[in-house]
Design a protein around this ligand. Structure first.
Ligand code: AMP
Length: 333
């Protein structure tokens, strides 16, 4: 058997996909899909850890899948599916819940942050990192190696995944390959335009702070022109001292494949930088938006693509799940 290395990326449909998702997750996945077998899924189960609207979840799931396709993910070469359509994920989640502990789940920083100050916290918020472990480890059976592109905010969850894989193997016999994290080469974390101290995020953004992949050109222009900078006037890259202007340089750098510091010298004013950034964002999203409109014009085709992707994912995941069930005594060995 030839050992395979798969790369796994999940997109959480808790809101509209934004430029950070496109640059750090979707584009690298599309770029590398010929070199590395790619498993991409819309993590719709993960979008239910907080109060959610079922109709919005269904729509955002299709939006995220269609954006991945529009950006160039090839559903014949890569595996693209909605997580909930592959029931192996939910079953493997339960098996791993029976290897993880309450204490280690409760120690997850994101759980603490998201649960802080809430009267009512869904149990799924606590166990979401264990579902993430299942999402990854299902593709790490039968000698397959898995790499997971992660930002630093997911490092703790990936470490839990590695711990659970080792624990499973030690307790029940060698079954799962311990996955490894890789940093996306686009690297830079994109910050909120209106509040550059926080990450650009789908949920609860500052008004005007998030550039969505589907924003029309005038909305991009307005958001960029209102992006928070400072009163210094000069354009230099200093993320700690001058986070606003540095974020604009970082976004432009990611779009043009240049380092932010090398771009800084080219600008004498904020206005000139903002004008170029507006053009660069619109140039990057325009072809994605055109392809997206075509894909959404044929809903039956999109459903068929997702269903075919789910079947292919199932073919990869089912043997791993069967091995896990057998090892745990849930099937005749
Ligand atoms: P999520 O928003 O959790 O679905 O994230 C999907 C992917 O996009 C992950 O790989 C994240 O690391 C990446 N991502 C999300 N927000 C940002 C951001 N502000 N800057 C760069 N990458 C991001």
């Amino acid at each position: 058997m030839i050992p395979v290395t798969r790369r796994i990326t999940g997109l959480k449909p808790t809101g509209h996909l934004h430029l950070g998702n496109l640059l750090a997750a979707v584009r690298p996945m599309v770029r590398d899909q010929d070199a590395v077998p790619t498993v991409a899924f819309v993590a719709d189960l993960h979008a239910m850890t907080v109060e959610h609207d079922p109709a919005a979840l269904a729509e955002l799931t299709r939006e995220a899948a269609a954006i991945a396709l529009a950006a160039g993910l090839d559903p014949r070469r890569s595996v693209l599916f909605a997580q909930s359509q592959v029931p192996e994920h939910a079953v493997a989640h339960y098996l791993l819940e029976s290897t993880a502990t309450f204490g280690e789940s409760q120690r997850m920083i994101q759980f603490r942050e998201k649960a802080a100050g809430q009267d009512s916290v869904r149990l799924s918020l606590l166990t979401y990192p264990t579902l993430m472990a299942a999402d990854i480890l299902l593709y790490a059976g039968a000698g397959a190696t898995v790499e997971v592109p992660t930002g630093d905010d997911q490092d703790q969850h990936l470490e839990l995944t590695r711990t659970l894989a080792r624990r499973f193997n030690a307790r029940y016999g060698e079954t799962l390959t311990v996955p490894r994290g890789v940093r996306p080469s686009a690297g830079a974390r994109i910050m909120d335009l209106a509040d550059p101290s926080r990450k650009m995020e789908k949920t609860n953004p500052a008004p005007g702070g998030v550039l969505f992949v589907l924003d029309p050109p005038d909305v991009v222009a307005r958001k960029v022109s209102r992006a928070l900078t400072d009163a210094r006037g000069s354009v230099e890259y200093d993320p700690l001292g001058r986070p606003g202007i540095s974020n604009l340089l970082a976004i432009l750098g990611a779009l043009l494949d240049r380092t932010p510091a090398s771009l800084a010298g080219a600008y004498a004013s904020y206005a000139a930088l903002k004008a170029d950034l507006t053009d660069a964002v619109n140039a990057a999203v325009a072809p994605v938006q055109r392809a997206y409109a075509e894909i959404r014009a044929d809903p039956a085709e999109l459903e068929a693509t997702l269903a075919a992707g789910a079947q292919r994912a199932q073919a990869l995941a089912a043997p791993t799940l069967a091995a896990m069930l057998g090892r745990m005594g849930l099937r005749a060995a």
